[in-house]
Every structure is written in C-alpha cells, then in structure tokens.
Design a protein around this ligand. Structure first.
Ligand code: NDP
Length: 324
C-alpha cells in the first residue's frame, strides 16, 4: 500500500483552514488515489477548536484520510511533513505599522521555517497563504537553509483565478477557454494581472478588450477583490482562498503548462534574484519553472517594476529587523 503523504496546515482552526482541510482529506490536494495524514498546527488557545475540526474530519470517514494530529508544537507538526500549508499569520490590526506586522510574522514564520528545516521530509513543499505571503515565505525559507530554496512558495493563484473569472465574464466565454493568464509580483494591491500574454481562442486577451477597461476596471478589480468580498460577505474570502491553495499544490505536484505562483526569482524578467515573486510558471517533474522568452512591453514593465519594488522594500525591512 502507498505510504500516506503528510500534509500540515497551520492556522488550522481559522476560516481558510476550515474550508481547506475537508478538501485535502477527500483527495483534492494531491489526487484521488493518494492517501494522506493531516497535521493541524494551532496556537495554544485555538487547539481546542482545531480538535473540534478533527472530530468532524473523523466523522466524514474519508477513505484517503489515514490519520490526524492536532498540536501547538511546530516540531511535531512538521515532523516528516511532505506538504506544508502555512495559513496562520498575524493579521494587520488597526493602526499597526508595517514594521510591527513584519515583526509579528517574523515571530511565526522564522520558527516555522526552522522547524521545517529540522524535521521535514526531503521532498517537502511549502505554500505560504498567510499574509504578507511573499515575504512570510521568504522569512521561512531563510530560516531553513538545509531545504532547497525553490521549495518555498507563496500563493497568487487566487489572484490568477480571479483574473480568469473577471475576463471570462467580460468576454462571455467559459474560463477554460482562457490560456496563459499571469499574475506578476506581490500578493498585494500592487500585483499585476497581465492580459498581454493571456489568450482566448488563440487571440491575445488585451486586444479583445478596450484599454480603459483593462487599466481602470480589470486590474483594480482583481487587485481589490479581497476587500470587495469582505465588504459583501462581512468576512474575508476563505473558501476561494482554500480552493486556490488546492490548485497551487495540485499543479505543483501533478504538472501544468501555465499558471501563476510566487516562487524564488532566478533573475528572470529583471526580478532580483531571491525575491519570492509571482511569475508565469509551468510545473514539470514536480518543479516549478518560470515561463521564459515573453516580451514585456512598456506598460507591463512599469507595472512589474512597481510590484517588485514593493517586494524589495519588504525584503529590506525584514533584513533590517534581523528576521532573515
Ligand atoms: P483566515 O483563515 O481567514 O486567514 C489566514 C491567513 O490567510 C491570513 O493571514 C490572511 O491574510 C491570509 N490570506 C491570504 N489570502 C487570503 C485571501 N484571499 N482571503 C483571505 N485571507 C487570505 O484567518 P482566521 O483569522 O480565520 O484564522 C487564522 C488562524 O491562524 C487562527 O485560528 C489563529 O489561531 C491561527 N494562527 C496560527 C498560527 C500557528 O499555527 N502557529 C500562528 C498565527 C495564527 P489577511 O489577514 O491579510 O486577510
């Protein structure tokens, strides 16, 4: 029988965790024939709630779910982990400065990176969802020097999926007809959803929409969708974030020709080496590769440079704080 894959979810008692765990256990993260064990990491005051979720997972009698553990100890949670989904993070509270936010998250992602370094399986793959996701991923990575750097990634797949659905609605086409969508840069308001390489029925998407819509509606709608959902729902997007995390890991493991993911830059497209920035990526043999050879026009160049500048500022800030 196949050895179960160990999947660890941090912030397991949170909203995204609740939307994520049942789908992992049902086989949607890795494939319908891959058994899993789940490790739920929480802070001490949320362990009881996570235990409640574990009881519900038991009650689903998922055939692929071979074990559940609930813990507040990162060394236990990441012991032998194959897929780590880092969801729990310190949210920005009112009046909090960026430095305080980064400091608080350094206190979470630094120790978690070290615990991954010391305990994870050799094939560990890490996806950071908790914000600021790109820089939290960088902090974890820099605290895990024995793990190949490329195994630390951050999620821009929700932005990618939002871009697909906005464009599909505008052009009145099924989402599956859209190819080569790309999100560049930071998972933040500066992100750049790129229609100059996206294709619909073999035509460049940017040529099928008017420039004003692209610039003044599409880009801000995708970038600010999270806030619009909070406004409408009275709570942040959780199911769609969980869905995107599933998509990211599934494609990483099982392969894809083109999607968006924040991965460590090798210097491609002028993005400074080492920044964990979103690119157009393919996955082959379980490894992300940046899609090469795209021409970047002046409009896109400016947008990419702006979001990458923000990532550089965040990296400088966490360096100054001694977090990396
Ligand atoms: P959620 O489960 O809703 O969100 C968790 C994180 O995901 C937040 O940082 C959030 O960022 C981020 N996120 C990324 N993309 C999205 C998106 N598209 N929509 C919404 N969120 C997104 O938060 P909860 O407060 O419900 O739960 C967090 C849990 O994490 C709590 O149970 C807490 O106890 C736990 N926690 C666990 C830690 C650990 O395991 N060591 C450490 C810290 C917290 P944003 O805030 O910007 O929305």
């Amino acid at each position: 029988a196949q050895t179960p894959v160990k999947v660890t979810v941090t912030g397991a008692a949170g909203q995204i965790g609740y939307a994520l765990l049942f789908r992992i256990a049902s086989g949607q993260l890795l494939g319908a024939d891959v058994p899993v064990t789940l490790s739920l990491l929480e802070i001490p005051q949320a362990v009881k709630a996570a235990e409640g979720t574990a009881m519900e997972l038991d009650d689903c009698a998922f055939p692929l779910l071979r074990g559940i553990e609930v813990t507040d100890d990162p060394n236990t949670a990441f012991n032998g982990v194959n897929v780590a989904l880092l969801v729990g993070a310190r949210p920005r509270s009112k009046g909090m400065e960026r430095g305080d936010l980064l400091q608080a998250n350094g206190g979470i992602f630094g120790p978690q990176g070290k615990a991954i370094n010391d305990n994870a399986a050799d094939d560990v793959r890490v996806l950071v969802v908790g914000n600021p996701a790109n820089t939290n991923a960088l902090i974890a990575q820099q605290n895990a020097p024995d793990v190949p750097a490329e195994r630390f990634t951050a999620m821009t797949r929700l932005d990618h999926n939002r871009a697909l659905s906005q464009l599909a609605a505008k052009l009145q086409v099924p989402v599956a007809e859209i190819k080569k969508m790309t999100i560049w840069g930071n998972h933040s308001a500066t992100q750049y959803p790129d229609l100059f390489h996206a294709e619909v029925g073999g035509k460049v998407a940017a040529e099928l929409v008017d420039e004003t819509w692209l610039r003044d509606t599409f880009i801000p709608t995708v970038a600010k969708r999270g806030a619009a959902i909070i406004e409408a729902r009275g709570a942040s997007s959780a199911a769609s974030a969980a869905n995107a995390a599933i998509d990211h890991v599934f494609d990483w493991v099982n392969g894809t020709d083109w999607t968006s993911a924040a991965i460590p830059s090798d210097g491609s497209y002028g993005v400074p080496e080492g920044l964990i920035s979103s690119f157009p990526v393919a996955s082959r043999g379980g490894r992300w590769e940046i899609v090469q050879g795209l021409e970047i026009d002046a409009f896109s160049r400016e947008k990419i440079d702006a979001t990458v500048a923000e990532l550089e500022e965040e990296r400088s800030a966490v360096r100054e704080l001694g977090l990396i």
